[in-house]
Unconditional design. Structure first.
Length: 247
């Protein structure tokens, strides 16, 4: 049995697709591509597909991960091309590597997010981000199926920096181009994957708590990377050990 690790992107309108629907789409694509999947034992066998930390509905991502097990060896590059040919536009397989052992979740402890806030100037956003990082605790309300819950999101936030958009910026690889006549601050934040999970909308709620920052239109969040934290607060690529083993 061979285990393969895939990094894929969720772009454009597909950011509004639930993880359950994406999982179903992937399983259909694996069948259409003729991938020799390994199946679980039991009365109702299922393909051996393991998802790692799926992004919430409504946000885009350039760094989603899934593991698949196959019964016959396949070429990783051929698998990437075959899946990309049958998946819908906006669900794009970026890389496939063969597992070198260990588990993928143990290599992932944080995410880097890029959040666009149309209508908010970079200067205003920078002041709010500084207030957030200076706070020892930031309690925000989250609506759950059991009602409202208060969560301290500050311990999960590793860093929060602001960058100004380039002159001809558009998000989601060509979709949803913003109005260049309006200011748009961009927050780049690294967030630990804690329990409960702290999501981009929780970070925005924290900015509202510490600085009364309320974007006039909905923000657009994209997960740019996942991995383990290094000594400088950056992220280590979780597929790096697998690539190294292939050399």
């Amino acid at each position: 049995m061979q285990k393969l690790r895939l990094r894929y992107a969720k772009r454009g309108r597909l950011r509004f697709t639930s993880h359950r629907d994406i999982a179903r789409t992937f399983e259909r694509a694996l069948r259409r591509a003729g991938v020799p999947m390994a199946y679980s034992q039991g009365f109702s066998p299922h393909p051996k597909v393991s998802w790692v930390g799926a992004a919430p509905t409504g946000v885009a991502s350039e760094a989603e991960y899934v593991e698949v097990s196959v019964v016959d060896r396949v070429d990783p590059d051929a698998l990437r091309a075959a899946l990309d040919a049958v998946l819908p536009p906006g669900l794009d397989v970026l890389e496939v590597v063969e597992s070198s052992g260990g588990t993928l979740p143990e290599r992932i402890e944080a995410s880097a997010w890029r959040v666009e806030l149309p209508g908010v100037s970079p200067e205003e956003l920078a002041e709010a981000a500084a207030a957030l990082m200076a706070a020892a605790s930031v309690q925000v309300e989250r609506l759950t199926k059991d009602g409202k819950k208060v969560v301290d999101v500050r311990p999960a936030i590793v860093s929060a920096q602001v960058e100004a958009p380039p002159a001809a910026h558009s998000s989601d690889a060509g979709h949803d181009a913003r109005d260049l006549s309006q200011p748009c601050g961009i927050l780049v934040t690294v967030v630990r994957q804690t329990t409960p999970t702290v999501r981009p909308d929780d970070v925005l709620s924290a900015l509202r708590v510490v600085a009364d920052l309320v974007p006039p239109v909905p923000a657009k969040a994209t997960r740019m990377a996942q991995g383990r934290l290094d000594d400088d607060g950056g992220l280590v690529d979780p597929l790096a050990p697998d690539r190294a083993a292939e050399v």
